[in-house]
Design a protein around this ligand. Sequence first.
Ligand code: PMP
Length: 284
Amino acid sequence: MKVYIDGKYYEKDEAKISVYDHGLLYGDGVFEGIRVYAGKVFKLEAHIGRLYRSAQAIALNIPIKEAETAAVVLKTVELNGIHEGYIRLLVTRGRGDLGVDPRKCPVPSVIVIVDDISLYPREFYAKGISVITASTRRMPADCLDPRIKSLNYLNNILAKIEASRAGALEAIMLSREGYVTECTGDNIFIINNKTIITPLSHSGILEGITRETVIELSGALHLPFRASTLTRYDLYNAEECFLTGTGAEIIPVISIDGRTIGTGSPGPVTRRLIEAFRQRVTSI
Ligand code: PMP
């Protein structure tokens, strides 16, 4: 695999950045996870847009324009002959000194890595997964807005540790006020009274591109949809529940904190959306 770093391509083992890069020292940077389906990059423009908005929010000037970044992503996919895979596009603050001050980092680094995709194990797409709600709360927007897809994932990692210690595959994170936000690497949806519901984009979540795709699909399929405030009560009483993400796609949830969701197997709306999603990504 060839990795792009700042205008050059390197073999995987030769692809290195400085230990003085503030991406490493402080998690100072932004990134995107993008999918390649049948040799085509899924929703590249949306990912590039989100990357530049994340960068703008942390006052990071990406040294190349959007169109060039998109071209670099496409070229890296082509060079590596990727048909089905995953792209990690990241921009670090760059090399500085050991202090926090980003003014000491004059040149941000742009990196593109392509690799195989690791989904949840296949069987879980058919039978659904069990999740927990974590005691670690999602970062409030007045501390670090979760709409920024930053290199600092410690908040999510702490919740993920809780999930794995509880024997669950994912953790749902609540806001400080106790409202449902999202999972450590996925957005969350429930179905209640036949309506597809997901937390509002301003409720302290990453505005997921798969979430957006599911919202588009619900419109195309004439399935009622709304974004709303949700509590754990709504989760426990949901008819169906599923998670969405670039890596996960759409994965059904059948148990939350030990409460069985719906019938305990993936429901009809979730299955319909999974089917529609599959068609959508294979028809790009
Ligand atoms: N929330 C978080 C915290 C994420 O890291 C991700 C991406 N893995 C998502 C939601 C889903 O976003 P997307 O559909 O754009 O991958």
